[in-house]
Design a protein around this ligand. Structure first.
Ligand code: ADP
Ligand code: MG
Length: 257
């Protein structure tokens, strides 16, 4: 039996679509912030989303775990359409790990408690089990020795690594990263990107909004370029960076590279 066949989900084969956005439209008042977005992310795939500020990247991420509603189209996760509300929505959100620019750790809880809260409250895990798993994850992101500290006692880079461990503790099917290193001092960016590269190499399905082109080149299977609410271009990182097709992408790359 292969590893794929032993998986609990019948749709768990690597390479199948895990996140699908089908003709998604969203307006903020008159602003057409997502325009007929079609995006399919395969299991195990790493998709990097880049584009100018205001192009709808964060809205896209937030729509995927239903922090934003959409006006048209459909988003599905592992073959299930996103439910609108209630218990089903909470269950679905637990499958989608999200890491934001600001770390959003609970200030009055220890690092360990930050990581175990979701598994205990949402997943119903026993404290001892949650603690054990949390320590493994904190070890993986290099923070295990700081488990008893509070967020304010850690650097920004360390806090962001805790935020990643916290998201992973829920055993998400997909991880969304929205500019996870944008708020960090330069010397801390690498320690966070290293954790993300590690995750990518271990086969995590990831959607990453970032301006870190080094990360995109190293870890992305595909680069999606957004401008004015639309996906203008998508390609392998190599093709995209060496041979961008659209004027918008050429212009964007000339400014950041
Ligand atoms: P990006 O992440 O690419 O910078 P966003 O998704 O944050 O872009 O925003 C896309 C556009 O939608 C921007 O013009 C932004 O001002 C607007 N926008 C974002 N959130 C809201 C909101 N809650 N209400 C109204 N406009 C919004
Ligand atoms: Mg944004």
């Amino acid at each position: 039996m292969t590893a794929e066949q032993t998986s609990s989900s019948p749709t768990a084969a690597r390479g199948e679509p895990l996140v699908v956005l089908d003709h998604v439209d969203k307006w903020f008042g008159d602003l057409h912030v997502l325009q007929d977005i079609h995006l399919s992310v395969a299991r195990g795939e790493v998709v990097v989303v880049i584009g100018p500020s205001g192009s709808g990247k964060s809205t896209l991420c937030r729509a995927i775990n239903r922090l934003e509603t959409i006006d048209k189209g459909q988003i599905s996760l592992d073959g299930q359409p996103l439910p609108a509300e209630g218990k089903q929505l909470a269950a679905l959100r637990a499958e989608v790990g999200m890491v934001f620019q600001s770390f959003n750790l609970f200030a009055h809880k220890t690092i360990l408690e930050n990581v175990t809260l979701g598994p205990i409250k949402v997943r119903g895990h026993k404290k001892a089990d949650a603690d054990k798993r949390a320590m493994e994850l904190l070890d993986r992101v290099g923070i295990a020795h700081q488990a008893k500290k509070y967020p304010a006692q850690l650097s920004g880079g360390q806090q962001q690594r805790v935020a990643i461990a916290r998201a992973l503790a829920m055993d998400p099917k997909v991880m969304l990263f929205d500019e996870p290193t944008s708020a960090l001092d330069p010397e801390m960016i690498k320690e966070v990107l290293d954790v993300m590269v590690d995750l990518a190499e271990q086969g995590m399905t990831m959607v990453v909004v970032t301006h870190e082109m080094g990360f995109a080149r190293t870890a992305a299977d595909r680069v999606v370029f957004m401008a004015d609410g639309a996906i203008v271009e998508e390609n392998t990182p190599e093709e995209f960076f060496t041979n961008p097709q659209s004027e918008r992408a050429q212009d964007f790359l000339s400014k950041i590279l």
